[in-house]
Design a protein around this ligand. Structure first.
Ligand SMILES: C[S@@+](CC[C@H](N)C(=O)[O-])C[C@H]1O[C@@H](n2cnc3c(N)ncnc32)[C@H](O)[C@@H]1O
Length: 364
C-alpha cells in the first residue's frame, strides 16, 4: 500500500485554489425547503431503494464502520450536484457513501493518518473528493480557502475513530498500554501527558467532573497529584491503574472510562470546536442545506440539542412580554426534536454505535 505524501490541502500552510461548485443535477431530486416536503422526503425511502444499496456493502471497512449510514443518507440526500463538507473524514466511510451517490465531498480531518488512509481509499473519485487537513472549528476558513461560499450539507461524526482508539500508540485506550497522548492532531503541542502531569489538582477534578461526569472526580485528581510527586505518569496503563484504584467498578464499564473521556475532550478542545462549528454552520449552509451531527456522549448531545432547539424556534417568549416575538436566532427546521439512535441490529453488529445519537437540522 502506498500512502501518498500529503496530497491534501493544509489550511495552515497552503492556499486552496478553487473547488468548482457542481452545477448540474441530472437526477433532478433536490431537497425542498419547506417543512412538509422535508417530511415527504423522509417518507420516500422505500420507494427509492437504489439510494441505499451501497450501504451494506461498505459497512465493513476495517478502519471505522460508518454509523447510522442509512439515516444520514436519508437526511442528506447526497445526490449529484450537491456539495458536502464531511468535517470528520476518519476512515472515509460516510464520505464514500456520499461520493457513490454522486455528491462532491470536502473531507476534513485533523489527523494526518486518517487523511492519508481516506485519501487513498477515495482516490478513485477524482475531483469529486477533496481532502483537507484542518479542524472543523475552522470550517469557514477552510471553505473560503477553497473558494467555496456555501454548501449543501455538513456532517460531523464526533469523537475518535475505531482506528485511533485501537491503536495503542495513539494513547486513547485504557485497555492497551501506550504513551499518554490522545491528540487527534499529532502536530498539536499539548498532549494527555502534559495535562495529567501539569494541571493542578483542582483543574483535574473540574474536567473529570465536567467532561467525564465522574462522581469520584476529586478523589481521582488527588490520587494523580500524589502519584506524580514520586514520578511522572507516562503511560495509559499507569493512569488506568491509578484510576481503577479509587473508582469502584460498575457493571460492564472499565473504571477509567470517564476519566479518559474527560482528558481526551480537554486535550482536543472537543466541546469548544463543536460549539464553534455549529454557530458557523448557519451562514455556510444554503437554504434547505442539511446539518447532521452524530454524538456519542451526553455532553456533546446536550450542546447539539440546545443549539438546534434555540435556532429552530420561530418565536421566543418571556414572562414580561405580552406576546411571543420573532426569534432573531431562527435558522433551522427540525425534522424531529428527538435524536435518532441506532436500532438493535446495528448495535449488535457494531457495539461502538450503541451510544450514538444523530440530530438533523435543515437550514431555513
Ligand atoms: C468517528 S471518526 C469519523 C469516522 C467517519 N465518519 C467514517 O465513516 O469513517 C472521527 C474523526 O474525526 C476526526 N475529528 C474529530 N474532531 C475533529 C475536529 N474538531 N476537526 C477535524 N477532525 C476531527 C478524528 O480525527 C477522527 O478521524
Amino acid at each position: 500500500m502506498i500512502i501518498p505524501i500529503k496530497p491534501w490541502l493544509d489550511l495552515a500552510t497552503e492556499s486552496g485554489g478553487s473547488f468548482e461548485r457542481p452545477t448540474s443535477s441530472r437526477s433532478g431530486l433536490v431537497l425542498a425547503s419547506n417543512w412538509e416536503s422535508w417530511e415527504w422526503n423522509l417518507g420516500v425511502r422505500d420507494a427509492r431503494p437504489g439510494l441505499y444499496e451501497n450501504v451494506a456493502a461498505h459497512r465493513m471497512d476495517f478502519y471505522h464502520e460508518p454509523i447510522l449510514a442509512e439515516e444520514i443518507l436519508e437526511a442528506m440526500r447526497p445526490l449529484e450536484g450537491k456539495q458536502i463538507f464531511d468535517g470528520t473524514l476518519g476512515g472515509g466511510g460516510h464520505s464514500e457513501l456520499f461520493l457513490r451517490h454522486g455528491a462532491h465531498v470536502i473531507g476534513c480531518d485533523q489527523d494526518d493518518e486518517a487523511l492519508a488512509h481516506a485519501t487513498e481509499r477515495l482516490g478513485g473519485f477524482g475531483d469529486a473528493f477533496l481532502p483537507v487537513r484542518g479542524n472543523f472549528r475552522d470550517i469557514d476558513a477552510l471553505l473560503a480557502n477553497l473558494g467555496i461560499g456555501q454548501i449543501d450539507g455538513i456532517l460531523l461524526d464526533l469523537g475518535v475513530s475505531s482506528r485511533q482508539l485501537d491503536n495503542a500508540a495513539r494513547g486513547f485506550s485504557f485497555r492497551e498500554d501506550g504513551p499518554l497522548d490522545m491528540r487527534m492532531d499529532r502536530s498539536a503541542p499539548f498532549s494527555a501527558r502534559d495535562l495529567v502531569n501539569g494541571w493542578d489538582e483542582a483543574e483535574l477534578a473540574r474536567i473529570f467532573r465536567e467532561y467525564g461526569e465522574e462522581r469520584h472526580a476529586a478523589r481521582v485528581a488527588r490520587t494523580i497529584a500524589k502519584a506524580r510527586e514520586a514520578e511522572s505518569i507516562e503511560t495509559t496503563s499507569a493512569l488506568a491503574d491509578l484510576v481503577a484504584g479509587v473508582v469502584p467498578k460498575t457493571s460492564g464499564r472499565h473504571p477509567a472510562t470517564r476519566v479518559f473521556q474527560a482528558i481526551r475532550i480537554a486535550v482536543n478542545g472537543e466541546l469548544e470546536a463543536l460549539e464553534t462549528a455549529l454557530e458557523k454552520s448557519v451562514d455556510l449552509l444554503v437554504p434547505g442545506g442539511v446539518l447532521a451531527i452524530l454524538s456519542f456522549h451526553s455532553l456533546e448531545d446536550r450542546i447539539v440539542k440546545r443549539f438546534m432547539h434555540r435556532r429552530s424556534n420561530p418565536f421566543v417568549d418571556r414572562p414580561e412580554w405580552t406576546e411571543p416575538r420573532p426569534n432573531p436566532d431562527f435558522a433551522f427546521y427540525l425534522p424531529s426534536r428527538r435524536a435518532i439512535a441506532p436500532g438493535p441490529d446495528e448495535c449488535d453488529r457494531n457495539p461502538r454505535s450503541r451510544s450514538a445519537k444523530l440530530r438533523i437540522a435543515k437550514r431555513a
